[in-house]
Design a protein. Sequence first.
Length: 289
Amino acid sequence: MDLRQMEVAVAVADAGGFTAAARQLHVVQSAVSGTVRALERELGTALFDRTTHRVALTPAGEAFVPAARAALRAAEAAREAVDAVRGQLRGRITVGTMQGVWAGLHHALAALRAEHPGLGVQLRQAAVADIRQALREGTVDLAVVALDRQQQRGLTTRLLSEEEMVLVASPRRVVGATTPRGEVELADAARLPLVDFSPGWAIRHSVDRAFRAAGVDRSTTFEVNDIVAAAELVRNDLGICILPRSIADRFPDLTAYGFRHHAPSWKIMLVRPPGEASPAVAALWRHFA
C-alpha cells in the first residue's frame, strides 16, 4: 500500500462517504472508490460497510484508519524536517480555537505567514471538548482554547491569559444589590433570566463550576451556541449573560458587573499534543507573545 491509498481511506472515514471524500480530495468519486477497492484487495478484507444510505467502518477499518492517520502524520513530519533544514516550511497545519477566543492568534498567524509563506494553515472552530478530542486524534495540531487544570492533562500547554468573568446586562436591567465597585453575587444572577451556552462550551463549563462552588442553583432561560446571539438577547433585555471580560468588552452598549465572590475564571491556553512538536507547530508556537 502507499500513502495515497491511506489518504483516500482516511478521507472516506472522515467525510462519511465516497462522494464527500471525492469533493474533499478534488477527484471524481470513481477514483476514490477504485483506490479503496484496490487497498481492500491488498489487505484481504473490507474496510467499509457500504449501504444505500451510509458508509461505516468495519472492525478492520476501525483498526486501519488510526494507524493510517499516524503514518500520514509521520510522512508529513519527515517532509517538514527536510523543509526545516532548507529553512522554509511547507505543507499544512490545523489550528483549533473556540468562538470569541483570539488571545494573540491572529498576530501569531500573520507572523507565521510572513516567515513561511508556503505553509498553509487551516483554522478549525469548535467547542473545547471537540478540540481536545481532535488533539488526541491528531486532526488538530495546535489549539488556543480555555482549559481548566483537569482538562490540561495529557497535553503540552502554555498559559496565554487569565481573567475573571462578568455579568453582562442591558442598561435597563436591574440586577440586584451591587457593591460600591459595581459587583454582584452569583445568587443575584441565579434570580434573573439567564442566557447560557450549550454544554461542551468552555464558558458554560466555567459558569457551571462557579455556581457549584458557590452552592447556588440556577436555571437556564435561553441556551445558545453563538456569542453574538447571546449579546442580542441581552441587548433586548430578555436576560443576562456571564462572559469573559475580554469578550464582554466587545459589546460596550451593555453593562458589565464583576462578581463579589466565586467569580467564574477563564484561562486561555496554547495547547498541543505531548512529545516533540513538528517544525511547523514549533514555528507557530514561538510566535505567541
